[in-house]
Design a protein around this ligand. Structure first.
Ligand code: ZN
Length: 268
């Protein structure tokens, strides 16, 4: 089977000539990002990496994109004191992301999609994309980390999402994330060690820097005990649907811009 008939291709497996053709034929490239971060007592350190990569793979198949190898490390300031956590400074991650995007722009990629399995990377990605925009990079860039997941979890999950003293909320290693991992990599989940944890935080939480070690000794937020693979499959499917829908509408708009500039349409 010719490579171009595949639903998606992985850049790392191509020769440079195949890469040249893939970029020309496919126009969209996806970069997955993760983290090596504690995920409570029951999930592995690479949870965000595994989930980010899986969502990126499923998305790439749907839109026939070129898939890049993932960036495994993220900015993990909040949990950096837990054993095993690897944390990049935001500036380090931002520069890596910008260099990857600049490389892809050089290869005439039309649209780059950044998909992070670690929500802590989102502010860094936003800043990187803004700076590239100001550089007038020729490539459009979208960035995601579980868009709308809290809203879409209603009717699927059954426990409350943890909320801090401000509007902050997280489902880190709770029912949502544990369900996703049970759907994607059940063999690495230790459900017998899962706990229910809704840490209490002081009124100034969210208004200063507070390490998670000060508020939550186990490192998970919410009720991981009620997680199931079935919930995870539903959340995974809805997450990919949501990302694909946004990519397709952005691509359609970009293509119209391109058509008016060059007099021809691009199709996914
Ligand atoms: Zn996570």
């Amino acid at each position: 089977m010719a490579k171009n008939s595949k639903k998606s291709v992985e850049l790392g497996e191509l020769t440079w000539q195949e890469a040249e053709k893939a970029f020309k034929d496919r126009k969209i490239v996806i970069l997955p990002l993760g983290s090596i971060e504690q995920h409570g007592l029951h999930l592995p350190m690479n949870t965000d990496l595994v989930l980010g990569e899986r969502i990126a793979q499923l998305t790439a198949e749907r839109i026939r994109a070129v898939l890049l190898p993932p960036i495994p490390f993220g900015q993990v300031w909040s949990a950096r004191e837990f054993p095993g956590v690897i944390s990049l400074m935001p500036a380090t991650l931002k520069e890596v992301v910008k260099d990857v995007c600049r490389s892809l722009a050089r290869h005439t990629v039309k649209l780059i999609v950044l998909i992070s399995g670690h929500q802590g990377n989102l502010s860094v990605l936003k800043e990187a994309v803004r700076e590239l925009y100001d550089e007038k990079i020729s490539t459009k860039i979208l960035f995601f980390s579980y868009p709308e997941i809290e809203a879409m979890s209603k009717g699927i999950t059954e426990s409350e999402i943890w909320r801090g003293g401000t509007l902050d909320s997280t489902w880190h290693a709770g029912e949502i994330e544990t369900s996703l991992m049970l759907a994607v990599k059940p063999e690495n989940c230790h459900m017998e060690r899962a706990v229910i944890e809704f840490p209490r935080v002081p009124p100034w939480y969210g208004y200063t820097a507070i390490s998670w070690k000060e508020i939550n000794k186990v490192g998970s937020f919410g009720n991981a005990k009620v997680a199931t693979p079935e919930k995870g499959y539903q959340l995974l499917r809805k997450s990919v649907d949501c990302i694909v829908e946004i990519i397709e509408s952005a691509w359609s708009s970009y293509s119209k811009e391109n058509t008016s500039q060059k007099g021809r349409a691009n199709e996914l």
